[in-house]
Design a protein around this ligand. Structure first.
Ligand code: NAD
Length: 270
């Protein structure tokens, strides 16, 4: 593994991986190529910085040259208008996978989401249940997983979809006791997702080793992911921080996203 491309590298998770990924890579001399539409600052040692807009296929092709694996984080991380989700998350993910195929990239790890299955009740489910997306955002992540499946079957690409639940420095509310993914566990999980041998197509839960998890850990053993954190240590601080238990948003996994009136970032950002 000589070069890993991180899309969305200026974002919350991208920044955490920029700092923490290398510690979990078998080859510490792997080059991290960082891309985003936003400023990434100067390249540090072992980094390359290349700006690109995911909606521009030629720009995405331009950052893919010489890349062995991609961690695809770039996109709208919330609900938005259908059109914006389509342009960035759906078309953008197609651009990444198609450019990866054309450049002979071996593996793509995709930042999928709990919102692929957000309308399930709050009980443990596997990664093989039929999808129940709770938003256009969730649908875009279902699309990414399906596109990955197609590329694995029709090309030499390998694909790991990580259904990230709640990436936070620490849990902020009671729901996070089930859904939290800590920064160091995110770094370990994505490092394993791009380097574990013998994986063609896999979908895994993107959470820490939470005692109260709603997603089963199948596939973690295949990747060799052994979480170091459990949200339970924060239980006393956050377990009383929740809404009305009678509300649908408190009964289903997707939380606020399952409210039909929830529009996320629509109207707030371009
Ligand atoms: N944070 C979470 O808890 C969580 C949960 C589930 C899934 N995810 C997914 O993980 C990924 C990263 O999430 P995050 O929390 O770091 O979000 P973020 O918004 O902090 O980072 C996303 C990055 O994508 C970039 N981006 C947006 N549009 C772009 C475009 N057109 N071209 C190039 N880059 C573009 C943004 O500039 C940003 O830096 C997203 O795909 C998100 O959907 C996050």
């Amino acid at each position: 593994m000589k070069r890993i491309l991180l899309t969305g590298a200026a974002g919350e998770i991208g920044s955490a991986l920029r700092d923490g990924l290398r510690a979990f890579l078998p080859n510490p001399h792997t080059t991290l190529r960082l891309t985003d539409v936003r400023d990434l600052g100067p390249a540090r040692e072992g980094e390359e910085v290349m700006l690109a807009d995911l909606t521009d296929f030629q720009a995405v092709r331009g950052v893919m040259d010489g890349v062995d694996a991609v961690i695809h984080l770039g996109g709208i991380p919330n609900e938005h208008t259908y059109e914006h989700i389509r342009d960035v998350n759906i078309d953008g993910t197609y651009h990444v996978l198609e450019a990866a195929r054309l450049s002979g990239v071996r593996r793509v790890a995709f930042a999928s989401s709990i919102h692929t299955v957000g309308n399930y009740p709050r009980e443990v489910i596997g990664t093989d249940v039929p999808v129940r997306p709770d938003s256009y955002y969730g649908v875009s992540k279902v699309f990414g997983e399906a596109l990955g499946r197609m590329y694995v079957d029709r090309s030499y690409l390998e694909f790991v979809g990580v259904r990230i639940c709640s990436f936070q420095a620490q849990p902020q509310d009671a729901r996070h006791l089930s859904t939290w993914l800590s920064p160091r566990d995110a770094a370990q999980l994505f490092a394993r997702a791009v380097t574990a041998p013998g994986v063609a197509y896999l979908i895994v839960a993107g959470i820490s080793g939470n005692t109260r998890r709603w997603m089963s850990p199948e596939g973690w053993d295949i990747l060799g992911y052994v979480p170091q954190d459990d949200a339970e240590v924060y239980a006393a601080q956050v377990q009383d921080l929740h809404g009305n238990p009678a509300d649908v948003t408190e009964q289903r996994q997707g939380g606020i996203f399952v409210d039909p009136a929830y529009i996320g970032l629509a109207g707030k950002e371009p």
